[in-house]
Design a protein around this ligand. Structure first.
Ligand code: 5AD
Ligand code: SF4
Length: 487
């Protein structure tokens, strides 16, 4: 909780947007926020703002917030409290710091943020951050701006592209938002309220962005959307394209070698997308396909619009199209009314699928969502106990998957220096972190690596050189229930 702030006299600031200023942007939550933060930096660059890696000494601090669970939303207020102390110190030294709240807490709480945390200078939602330079100027006036519109103009048409060096500095793997919003209305989720109705970017706008990234050296593109596989964007032929069609088009852009997309809803995995997995070698054999629960009763109350059997059939169909496919999922434990039997059904589904990674959460009632008002809220201690059991199972599966990777050769996209001198690090097709003794000049390229050992969270390997062993394609790396029992 932030102590109430009395009105502070603000020193006069130099007017105009000339000269270099620094901005520190902190991202909370999902990958789309990471992407939005980059685009905020792009939008501020022409106004003279250079990014800095810490809030101390920054002229502008933007908190790009997440509203998905209570903990995430509350973090923002404690961070504002810390920033206020730093800002007051700067003021005493004759400087200043503007504080902006962006993202989903901004969208959900709007002007309420200014009441609860008067240190904040401006509030901007996810659809209007292209207006940041203007809002920053307004924030120096008498009235602090709150802009949480869903505007008619498309921010992607207005946002400036980053300079080539900036793209290079962000590394060989890039996010590109293709879809925003969600029409599914799962009863636990705030996203349909914070990010609004589903909208999709036109194909031409996405192709232009991916071509620019590829030209600057990006080798992996992750397409982002709150419900990305519901993509229905206008194609250059005037038709509405599906995500499968978009992926086919993007796979023709050279030299992008890897494509991914996240996050998907099981109901929107259509034939064209499954065919893309079958036909496009660039589309990585890893899919984040959240199921949330394995109990049909809970899935129904969550309004997920499918049963556990339908989900399992879908997994089978995708594996049939691409046998080396690996899956990850999100799970919520302790949704209102979840019994021991419901929870056991979730554990059974996890055993049936065998995930290579998983994200699991205790249910957090969110204001304005139907779940928050439901009877039979589950006790926190029960949630904690279920979460621990679920995570023990999914972590075991992840370890088994990593173990099964030993002695295999798989392509790694090197994206950074490694933990130790002389090492570089990258990602396997299944998003496993891989450390290799190799020259830094390989960063930004894909090379075959023979996996030799596994650590707690990463793999180690050696460059497979000129005579690589057969690639993973065709090999089914999913550990079976039997192999898990052996561990
Ligand atoms: N409580 C707990 N977890 C939630 N998620 C979304 N809303 C809630 C909530 N109210 C989880 C879901 C979703 C992921 C992004 O966050 O598992 O897939
Ligand atoms: Fe939230 Fe995803 Fe459900 Fe949409 S599909 S309401 S984003 S959990």
């Amino acid at each position: 909780m932030i102590p109430d702030e009395t009105k502070t006299e603000r020193p006069a600031l130099p007017q105009g947007d000339t000269g270099t200023k620094t901005v520190f942007i902190k991202s909370y939550g999902c990958q789309m926020n990471v992407y939005d933060s980059q685009r905020m930096a792009d939008t501020l660059a022409p106004a003279g703002y250079v990014e800095t890696s810490s809030p101390e000494g920054a002229d502008l601090v933007i908190l790009n917030t997440c509203h998905i669970r209570e903990k995430a939303a509350e973090k923002v207020y404690s961070e504002i409290g810390r920033l206020r102390v730093a800002r007051d110190e700067r003021r005493r030294a004759g400087g200043d710091m503007q504080i902006a709240v962006a993202g989903c807490v901004a969208q959900a709480e709007g002007a309420e943020i200014l009441r609860r945390a008067p240190a904040v200078d401006l509030v901007v939602g996810p659809q209007t951050y292209h207006r940041l330079p203007d809002l920053i100027a307004k924030a120096r006036g008498a009235k602090k701006p709150v802009d949480t519109d869903f505007p008619v103009e498309d921010k992607f048409q207005v946002l400036p592209a980053p300079r080539r060096e900036k793209t290079l500095a962000r590394g060989p793997s890039a996010f590109v938002t293709v879809q925003e919003g969600c029409d599914k209305f799962c009863t636990f989720c705030v996203v349909p309220y914070t990010r609004g109705a589903e909208t999709s970017r036109p194909v031409a706008s996405i192709v232009a962005e991916v071509e620019r990234l590829a030209e600057a050296g990006v080798r992996e593109i992750s397409l982002l959307g709150q419900n990305v596989n519901a993509y229905h964007g206008e194609g250059p032929d005037g038709r509405i394209w599906t995500l499968g069609e978009l992926l086919h088009r993007l796979a023709r852009i050279e030299p992008v070698t890897r494509l991914r997309y996240t996050t998907s809803h099981p109901r929107d995995m259509d034939d064209s997308l499954i065919e893309a997995h079958r036909d496009l070698p660039a589309l990585m054999p890893y899919l984040h396909l959240p199921v949330q629960s394995g109990s049909d009763r809970i899935l129904d109350v969550m309004n997920r619009k499918h049963t556990s059997a339908e989900y399992l059939r879908l997994i089978e169909t995708i594996r049939h199209a691409r046998p080396d496919m690996a899956f990850s999922s999100d799970f919520i434990v302790g949704f209102p009314g979840e019994t021991d039997a419901d929870f056991e059904a979730t554990l059974r589904l996890i055993e049936d699928v065998s995930y290579v990674s998983a994200y699991s959460f205790k249910y957090s009632p969110r204001p304005g969502t139907p779940g928050a008002g439901m009877a039979d809220q589950v006790d926190e201690a029960v949630k904690a106990e279920r979460l621990a059991r679920l995570q023990a199972l999914t972590e075991g599966q992840q370890k088994a998957f990593n173990q099964a990777s030993i002695a295999r050769t798989m392509d790694v996209l090197f994206d950074r220096k490694g933990k130790h001198p002389g090492q570089i690090a990258g990602r396997s097709p299944y998003l496993q972190a891989v450390q290799v003794d190799a020259d830094e000049s390989l960063i930004g390229t894909v090379a075959p690596v023979e996996i030799t050992t596994t650590g707690a969270w990463s793999l180690h390997g050696i460059l497979a050189g000129s005579s690589p062993k057969p690639r993973l394609t065709g090999w089914n790396p999913i550990p079976t229930r039997e192999s898990l029992l052996e561990l």
